[in-house]
Design a protein around this ligand. Structure first.
Ligand SMILES: [Zn+2]
Length: 147
């Protein structure tokens, strides 16, 4: 029987990388490109300026209040100030998975089945409802554009 020998992988380590590993107590060695990717991911998640894979500088996200003209009158429920607070909170999470979890929690999906069709599968519709917390801590429904 043949036993597969473990192949050794040469990894370039820079001091910054070691520092982070010490801080986090992780023993796993990460490749430099992966490390850079992580920085990029973090910066992007925080809405900070970062350099994209193509070398373009992506400028820091600036907060812009949303004005929509839908029947829900979103901007009257969530005013400019509240929008800024929510925006700040969102970027302060600084992590994709946390942000996604946050967004996921704010969207309510309901499926509507149309009774009069032969194939229910093809006609099933999913409606998404978007909610944002107002300054009283209540979740109010807003349109997709506003969300
Ligand atoms: Zn709206």
């Amino acid at each position: 029987m043949e036993v597969e020998t473990e192949t050794e992988v040469e990894v370039e380590i820079d001091t910054e990388e070691i520092q982070v590993q010490l801080n986090r107590g992780k023993k796993r060695v990460r490749h430099e490109h992966k490390w850079k990717k992580n920085i990029r991911k973090k910066k992007r998640a925080r809405g900070e300026e970062y350099v994209s894979t193509t070398g373009d500088i992506m400028h820091a996200k600036k907060f812009q209040p949303v004005e929509c003209s839908c029947p829900l009158k979103c901007s009257s429920k969530i005013d400019c100030e509240r929008q800024a607070v929510l925006n700040q909170k969102f970027y302060a999470l600084g992590d994709w998975s946390l942000q996604n979890a946050f967004l996921y929690g704010q969207v309510k999906v309901s499926s509507i089945r149309h009774r009069y069709t032969k194939s229910a599968q093809s006609r099933r519709q999913q409606s998404k409802f978007y909610y944002l917390g107002n300054s009283n801590g209540e979740d109010v429904r807003v349109c997709k554009e506003f969300f």
